[in-house]
Design a protein around this ligand. Structure first.
Ligand code: ZN
Ligand code: ZN
Length: 397
């Protein structure tokens, strides 16, 4: 077997070049033709066994069939950008009003390098690797769309891995890699509740049914879901971000609408938060003589890393970097990530490739000055390629 770590390291300049090219053509959601063309042009030169794109299916899938029998591994990268004006002043900054401010340009470039390395080593590969290039992560729609298009079948995946670069988790810095057992990112759901009463004059409240008081009572009671009904060792967030009702101080409004977000790290808590928001809003409205219309928009489920897959990933990281550069991510973030839709169905592990500078150039994700330390890109490709070549080996415990 060739030394894939060496191969990946030697490809860093190439990955940087690809990343900068993608950085200059940021596209949104599913409207990503130039990005896809760029990826397809590269993929077609690597000697992969099959490229699936178009015919009404979202994203790009490449297959590498190994020289030995074995399982099917998915490796996923997203490639969509954000609708915001870049302010990095970089020579390769975008000028089209969109920006790669989350690092998905690097994710795609790193997966291209991973693909090239695996195609070159395919005689040593056990089973099949399916490379998933995914659009529309930022709105959480890309992964479910690809699942709907059948990406998890033919051949069916036995496992999946992926990474996020940037500075999402603390305590792991550039040159290292971060793994985490269990939950690493949160479920992110949204709710809207309209309280309906009976409007009237502010001076005759007894002749009305006041939806503003219903909303106020419900918002207060909802704060007890996490503080009184959820284990102190479990994480949850109930945030009401907007409340809208009424037009003048002396009018009792006929309706009042609130909207908010729910975050959770387990399917059980996620289910409970939603159920209790509904019960509290409907119950409060009923008690006060009105009604409540409750609706939810479901985002990604919690992103939960499989134990066995994470153990194997950690071992691959240690092979590539040495144990002293491999760190456990201490805490999950309450942000969402649509990789969770894949890992809900297939055992997987999502890991952190920090690309920090350690100085004033580190800005939060989705910031107009967000940038990445490009020196670490090869680590992502090395870990994923090495994982694909070794994950089916039985290692001594
Ligand atoms: Zn993002
Ligand atoms: Zn992202």
């Amino acid at each position: 077997m060739q030394d894939t770590t060496k191969q990946a390291r030697a490809m860093n300049d190439q990955i940087v070049q690809w990343r900068r090219a993608l950085h200059q053509i940021p596209e949104l959601g599913f409207e990503t033709p130039r990005t896809e063309q760029f990826i397809l042009e590269r993929l077609s030169t690597f000697g992969v066994d099959e490229i699936r794109h178009g015919n009404g299916k979202r994203g790009i899938v490449a297959l590498i069939k190994g020289g030995k029998p074995g399982k099917v591994l998915g490796i996923r990268a997203d490639y969509d950008a954000l609708n915001m004006t870049e302010d990095t002043g970089l020579p390769f900054a975008s000028t089209n009003g969109n920006m790669h401010a989350c690092g998905h340009d690097a994710h795609a470039a790193i997966l291209l390098a991973t693909t090239k390395i695996l195609a070159e080593n395919k005689k040593d590969l056990q089973g099949t690797v399916k490379l998933l290039f995914q659009p529309s992560e930022e709105n959480g729609k890309g992964a479910p769309a690809m699942i709907e298009d059948g990406v998890l079948d033919a051949p069916a995946l036995d496992g999946i891995i992926g990474l996020h670069t940037g500075n999402l988790w603390k305590g792991v810095t550039a040159g290292e890699a971060g793994y985490r057992f269990g939950a690493i990112m949160a479920a992110a759901d949204w709710f809207t509740v309209t309280f309906n009463g009976k409007g009237g004059h502010g001076a005759t409240p007894h002749l009305t049914v006041d939806p503003v008081t219903m909303a106020c009572q419900a918002v207060s009671a909802m704060q007890l879901i996490v503080s009184r009904e959820t284990s102190p060792l479990e994480s949850g967030v109930v945030t009401v971000g907007t409340i809208q009702g009424g037009t003048m101080p002396n009018i009792i409004a006929p309706s009042c609408t609130i909207a908010g977000t729910l975050r959770s790290l387990s399917p059980e808590t996620r289910k409970k938060l939603g159920e209790r928001v509904r019960e509290i809003c409907e119950g409060t409205a009923k008690t006060l003589g009105g009604t409540a219309d409750v609706s939810f928009t479901y985002g990604p489920p919690p992103l939960i890393n499989d134990k066995a897959m994470t153990e194997k990933l950690k071992a691959a990281m240690e092979d590539v970097l040495g144990a002293d550069k491999v760190r456990e991510v201490a805490e999950p973030t309450m942000g969402g990530e649509d990789m969770a839709f894949f890992q809900e169905r297939v055992p997987g592990s999502f890991f952190f490739l920090p690309a920090t500078f350690g100085d004033g150039r580190d800005y939060p994700h989705h910031h107009p000055k967000f940038d990445l330390n490009e020196e670490v890109f090869w680590i992502g490709a090395a870990v994923m390629a090495h994982f694909a070549l070794t994950w089916q080996e039985v290692r001594p415990a």
